[in-house]
Design a protein. Structure first.
Length: 221
């Protein structure tokens, strides 16, 4: 399986926000895949993730980024220091309301928060939900944004592509993605979910995401 999701996310970030001269915090950086794409265009990038092993992998992956073990729910930073805070597919993996509250605290006046999240209607999201269903937490994250008192300046849907070599790759890849043991029953459900596209070569599915640029109540973007 191959995907251009990380590249598409980076491209959308470059299109929507100016990064030059900014102090940026990435919340939920994982192993630094997206951080490595952002770093060349950012003067100071700090990235956090609660998984220590992921942070160690991120440190080995790219230079020019300050990586720390940390949670978006309890940011270990002073108030009002970041120009931009980016949640890279991570807001729904935590208490979204608390994470947004913390983001507002450490954001400079006039700063912005950029949230990239999966959309439950996407083909890849429906496929992965057969193994781990995150629909409720994804929807809760959107609800938290609406109830946060933040202003949504921009909101766009965009798609990336996941490419599977064949049916075997299609059935196996979701289990590899979640590091789960292969289950033949779920594998059959995967084929049913994908439908007629299983006859394509390669099998290409859309990864549907939303990117939202939001700001504090004192300034509408």
């Amino acid at each position: 399986m191959e995907t251009d999701s990380d590249q598409r996310i980076a491209e959308k970030i470059f299109q929507i926000v100016e990064l030059k001269g900014k102090i940026v915090l990435e919340v939920g950086c994982g192993n630094g895949r997206i951080s490595s794409l952002l770093a060349p265009k950012i003067d100071q990038l700090i990235a956090i993730d609660p998984d220590k092993l992921m942070i160690e992998e991120a440190k080995a992956r790219c230079i020019g980024v300050e990586f720390f073990v940390g949670s978006g729910e309890n940011l270990d930073f002073p108030d009002n220091i970041f120009d931009l805070i980016i949640f890279t597919l991570s807001l729904h993996h935590q208490n979204s309301a608390q994470a947004l509250k913390e983001a507002k605290r450490v954001l400079k006046k006039g700063g912005t928060i950029l949230v990239i999240e999966p959309v439950v209607e996407g083909e890849i999201e429906k496929l992965l939900s057969l193994l781990i269903n995150e629909d409720n937490t994804i929807l809760d994250a959107q609800k938290a944004i609406i109830e946060s008192g933040l202003n949504i300046g921009q909101s766009q849907h965009f798609t990336a592509k996941w490419y599977f070599d064949d049916i075997i790759d299609l059935q196996k890849s979701p289990f590899d993605y979640y590091k789960m043991r292969f289950d033949i029953q779920i594998a059959e459900e995967i084929l049913n979910q994908v439908g007629e596209k299983v006859s394509n070569n390669p099998i290409v599915l859309d990864d549907l995401m939303i990117i939202q640029l939001i700001s504090g109540p004192e300034r509408v973007i």
